[in-house]
Design a protein around this ligand. Structure first.
Ligand code: NDP
Length: 445
């Protein structure tokens, strides 16, 4: 980094103790160095310095009462990162690891991802350090209501439209929407991932996992490969992982692993997804319970070791930094040909270097997992029209969007002299649209 080094240095000194945010910014700024060289007017207009600073950050107290009658205190966040091309849009993460750094890295990534979808949505992210694990329905509801009691004044259908993420699924969106509606006295499309009878879109639940496979199938096709006949390793067993399983299998692959935060299962015969759905979605249990019905499968309690299972295609769909350099080298040594990121920032920078150096097909998160937010934007369109599209209509739009994201990333990579580097291409293509909008909208005094 040369031209953009001062921008990166300022991010480090201005945002100490935010390692995840630094990591995300570094990756993007390194990719954007040739863009800065081609566009001195963007450097002059401070676009690079402005894009790494969120437009607004809200941090708030969330108090709620647990089932024992005790008061609990959590911290809530909403980082409204960039609204140059549309209202802020991005999920709400409920996980004990949530802090400002995590929300800022996710919000920053979201800006470029949302731009890549080609739809008019800006970037934001939010959440809380609340841990949903082991909580009763009543506790989840009271937390969600309290969270929304503050958040509602900062969001709106034309301002900021949150969605789900880790720990925030259909149940939580329902409780949050109910509270928003009560407080605002409006029934609007202020959240996406809503129930199908009250404004939700068909395919939204499946969209991130399906979209990941549509993107990767296109990338594989360009290299004469396919999911068909491939062995696939998936991490996670949540929303993204489960529907990535469904689509990869439909495309002819055999998925042999899944995981949760306690460890991973390996079933060489192919994972029994109905059982995983029953354990994780219905019973909200632990993935190791899989072995009760499939004693031939194995369980390992080291999440990183999932990448030691040989596979043709790896789809990390759990969380950030779940593939380090050692795991990446193991994947390469075992003949893995492609990595598609369902989770956000699942590969460390060192792991990405291993993938690129070994010419793997590497589908970076901001491109490969954009199907969720793209379908959320389709949900917003349907809400505005007060109309709903069929499953096939939404699915076909999703597929078209994922193919066009692949093409945009691939073409930008080629235009900047590194044709197979989809990370470079995704960062540049996502950035250029936002930068153009910011430039045209001028500097606010
Ligand atoms: P879910 O909460 O539905 O599932 C998360 C899964 O990852 C669970 O299996 C969870 O296990 C596991 N997990 C969470 N933290 C860890 C950890 N520290 N180590 C190992 N496993 C872990 O979340 P989603 O499926 O929605 O999200 C998964 C990833 O995909 C995230 O990075 C998210 O940001 C990203 N993403 C999600 C989108 C969406 O539409 N939902 C859109 C784009 C990206 P456990 O059950 O033990 O908690």
């Amino acid at each position: 980094m040369q031209i953009l080094k001062p921008v990166y240095d300022a991010v480090i000194s201005r945002n100490p103790n935010e390692p995840e945010f630094h990591q995300a910014v570094q990756e993007v700024l390194e990719s954007l160095e040739p863009v800065a060289a081609r566009h001195p007017e963007w450097v002059q207009a401070g676009i690079f310095s402005r894009i790494v600073e969120p437009e607004r950050q809200v941090i708030f107290r969330v108090t709620w009462i647990d089932d024992k009658g005790q008061v609990q205190v959590n911290r809530g966040f909403r980082v409204q990162f960039n609204s140059a091309i549309g209202p802020y849009k991005g999920g709400l993460r409920l996980h004990p690891s949530v802090n400002l750094s995590v929300i800022k890295f996710l919000g920053f990534e979201q800006v470029f991802k949302n731009s890549l979808t080609g739809l008019p949505i800006g970037g934001g992210k939010g959440g809380s350090d609340f841990n949903p694990r082991g909580k009763s329905d009543g506790e989840i509801m009271r937390f969600c209501q309290s969270f929304m009691t503050e958040l509602w004044r900062h969001i709106g259908p034309d301002t900021d439209v949150p969605a789900g993420d880790i720990g925030t699924g259909a149940r939580e969106i329902g409780y949050m929407f109910g509270q928003y509606k009560r407080l605002s006295n409006t029934h609007t499309g202020v959240l996406t991932g809503k129930g199908l009878t009250w404004g939700g879109s068909l395919v939204r639940t499946e969209a991130t996992g399906y979209g990941l496979c549509y993107f990767m199938e296109e990338a594989l096709k360009a290299k004469g490969l396919s999911f068909n006949g491939s062995v696939v390793s998936i991490s996670g067993s949540g929303n993204v992982a489960i529907f990535a399983y469904d689509k990869a299998t439909e495309l002819g692959a055999k998925v042999v692993t899944m995981s949760d935060s306690d460890g991973y299962i390996h079933d060489p015969d192919g994972i029994d997804i109905d059982l995983v759905k029953e354990i994780k979605l219905v019973r909200r249990g632990r993935i190791r319970e899989y072995l009760d019905k499939h004693p031939g499968a194995t369980f390992g309690d080291n999440c990183f070791a999932i990448w030691q299972v040989p596979c043709d295609i790896a789809l990390p769909c759990a969380t950030q930094n779940e593939i380090d350099a050692a795991s990446a080298k193991t994947l390469v040594a075992n003949g893995c040909k492609a990595v598609g990121e369902g989770a956000n920032m699942p590969s460390t920078p060192e792991a990405i270097n291993v993938f690129l150096a070994n010419k793997l097909i590497y589908g970076p998160a901001k491109a490969a997992n954009a199907g969720g937010v793209a379908t959320s934007a389709l949900e917003m369109s349907q809400n505005s029209q007060r109309f709903g599209w069929s499953f096939d209509e939404v699915d076909s739009k999703l597929k078209t969007i994922m193919v066009s994201i692949y093409q945009a990333a691939s073409q930008a990579a080629a235009a900047y002299g590194d044709p197979d580097n989809l990370m470079l291409g995704a960062n540049i293509a996502g950035f250029e649209k936002v930068a153009t909008a910011m430039y045209q909208q001028g500097v606010a005094y």
